[in-house]
Design a protein. Structure first.
Lengths: 183, 406
């Protein structure tokens, strides 16, 4: 079958729009169906040439000592961190699992990847975990607003779906969305 | 007159201008050649020679416009809701393609129409980055580049556009580099996996040669070959410095080459072997070419397996200057001065690098620049001589002259 140029163009443009929709849907599913949690963070501040200013964040749950949480003592590769909401509104790690399973009620699982592991203070291991949500994009020139928030008050609102996939949404200060001002 | 006639006459008009500047033909002969091809009128010749300018301006226009859109989205204005921005980029992609189609197929404006196709593909990339920004996807996500290539390759082949093909090749190369860098963060693996980029260059070159086998794909062959050679040259350049090799020796105790290196070498070797076996031209050049490619792949395997040797910097210098020399030789054999100029440029970069490398710490600042300036002038003089000799060789019974300009 020989396609006309118009048919070819419709096919190629259709493929590109389908790929964009797939990318949109892949993360959109998590945002639409996921549970909202807030994670405590500490920020640093660079720029991506194609996507603009962003803040690289380090979550309190980025480092987990297996002695301090329930679940598996030794894990590698992809892991599931069980989170529970604390009295301060931030979600904390309560268990670490190699499989998608929970040890407690009222918790949720977030999927991560072990970046490195060291011997912890006790008998267990201390894990550095990457969740794929370590960069939060912000309006151009508003990075200093984030940097000025006192440590311990800054968090990121994250959507987590039932498979553990996470999407970072925006910064929050003491539970309220941070108003980012351009400098 | 169809598109191919235009292309032929435009190329001929440029070529004969070059031959006249090189003194191969005189003005009367130039006019006679053009008249025989049906383009003897001065106005027609002028219009034909302006073709490249139209292409260049429209391509630059598309790139500048797309850069503006990327910067607009990168500013991340909160006043624009995410859905509005996404809708805007989708509408812009559709509009670019619609305008491109109308220009090419309704108004017979191939060049500006093709530039709109390029704009559409660039906006598609902007869309990917926009969605990645909206959902705060990791900055070092290699898959975004693969997604870019998945959208660019079909457009390049469907509408025979080489600049979009170049964009798709750049996407694939960036995907490989980012994927390797993020997967292997620790030295020495982080350095050794870069070999895969050079292997990709060889594979790309072989893909170019394989494209020559089919008439309808021959249009893309040179783009792949040139891109492959440049990727290879870029990687080899990185390996010409000796510091990384010394560091590698210091930390080589716990080193084991990542399997991805061997997998990529095997795949590229298969591609090169197929290129060799199926080559339509059975001359010495083609055999040498395939042997050189396989030799480079063997070197990649040796270097990856036994990296503890400072002499590799010397070997890679040899490879770098060898590839630059091959560029010049290829330019001579094909009578294509683009390769001659490219090879000479690579040669100059290599020589300047080694000069800075060796003499920066040995000479005082002023002596460094004075000696460097004298050497550069000498290099320019030598390059000019070599270039003129080669071009004269092309003119005197060498292969058919293509775009020669002294």
């Amino acid at each position: 079958m020989r396609l006309t140029p118009l048919q070819k163009l419709i096919l190629v443009a259709g493929l590109q729009l389908f790929l964009l929709a797939a990318l949109l849907g892949f993360k959109g599913y998590t945002v639409l169906t996921g549970e909202t949690i807030v994670l405590a963070v500490a920020p640093v501040d660079p720029r991506d040439p194609f996507r603009g200013d962003y803040v690289t964040v380090r979550y309190d749950i980025s480092t987990i000592d297996s002695d301090e949480v329930a679940g598996d003592d030794y894990v590698e590769g992809t892991v599931y961190v069980e989170l529970r909401e604390g009295s301060d509104g931030y979600w904390d790690a309560v268990a670490l699992h190699e499989k998608r399973e929970r040890s407690f009620d009222g918790t949720l699982l977030i999927k991560g990847h072990i970046e490195s592991q060291n011997y912890g203070l006790g008998a267990g291991y201390s894990y550095e975990i990457d969740y794929g949500i370590e960069e939060v994009f912000i309006p151009e020139g508003s990075g200093t607003t984030v940097a000025e928030v006192p440590r311990g008050h800054l968090g990121v609102e994250v959507k987590v779906d039932r498979y553990g996939n996470a999407v970072a949404r925006h910064f929050v200060v003491d539970g309220a969305p941070l108003d980012l001002e351009r400098q | 007159m169809d598109e191919h006639d235009y292309d032929y006459r435009e190329r001929l008009s440029r070529d004969v201008a070059g031959w006249r500047r090189a003194g191969i033909i005189d003005e009367a002969q130039e006019r006679a050649i053009l008249a025989r091809a049906g383009a003897g009128e001065p106005k027609a010749v002028g219009a034909l020679r302006m073709g490249w300018l139209v292409s260049a301006v429209s391509v630059v226009g598309a790139i500048v416009l797309a850069a503006g859109v990327v910067l607009l989205f990168a500013a991340n204005w909160e006043e624009m809701p995410d859905a509005f921005r996404t809708g805007l980029v989708v509408a812009a992609i559709v509009a670019a393609y619609a305008i491109g189609y109308a220009l090419v197929y309704r108004f017979d404006m191939q060049r500006t129409g093709s530039a709109f196709f390029l704009l559409g593909v660039l906006l598609y990339h902007a869309g990917i980055f926009l969605i990645a920004q909206i959902y705060n996807m990791p900055v070092e996500s290699p898959w975004l580049w693969l997604l870019g290539a998945a959208g660019a390759f079909p457009m390049a082949y469907a509408f025979r556009t080489r600049i979009v093909l170049l964009l798709a090749i750049a996407d694939i190369t960036t995907w490989v580099v980012v994927a390797l860098v993020t997967r292997y963060e620790e030295f020495p693996e982080s350095m050794s996996v870069l070999v895969v980029v050079g292997v990709l260059g060889v594979a790309m070159y072989a893909a170019g040669r394989l494209h020559e086998l089919r008439t309808d794909l021959r249009h893309y062959a040179e783009t792949y070959a040139l891109a492959g050679a440049l990727i290879l040259l870029g990687l080899v350049y990185v390996f010409t410095f000796d510091e990384p090799w010394r560091e590698l020796i210091d930390s080589a105790d716990a080193y084991a080459a990542p399997p991805v290196i061997y997998v990529s070498i095997v795949l590229a070797s298969v591609l090169t072997a197929v290129q060799w076996v199926t080559s339509q031209r059975r001359d010495v050049t083609r055999h040498l070419e395939a042997v050189a490619q396989l030799g480079l792949l063997a070197l990649a395997a040796v270097v990856s397996t036994w990296p503890e040797w400072t002499g590799y910097a010397v070997v890679f210098n040899g490879v770098f200057f060898g590839v630059a020399g091959a560029f010049i030789a290829r330019g001579y054999l094909l009578a294509d001065e683009r390769y001659v100029n490219g090879g000479l440029a690579a040669l100059a970069v290599g020589l300047i690098t080694r000069y800075v490398d060796v003499f920066w710490s040995l000479l005082a600042g002023s002596a460094f620049f004075i000696v460097g300036g004298v050497l550069l002038l000498a290099l320019a003089w030598a390059a000019e001589r070599v270039r003129r000799e080669i071009i004269r060789g092309m003119a005197e019974g060498g292969p058919a002259v293509q775009g020669v300009a002294s």
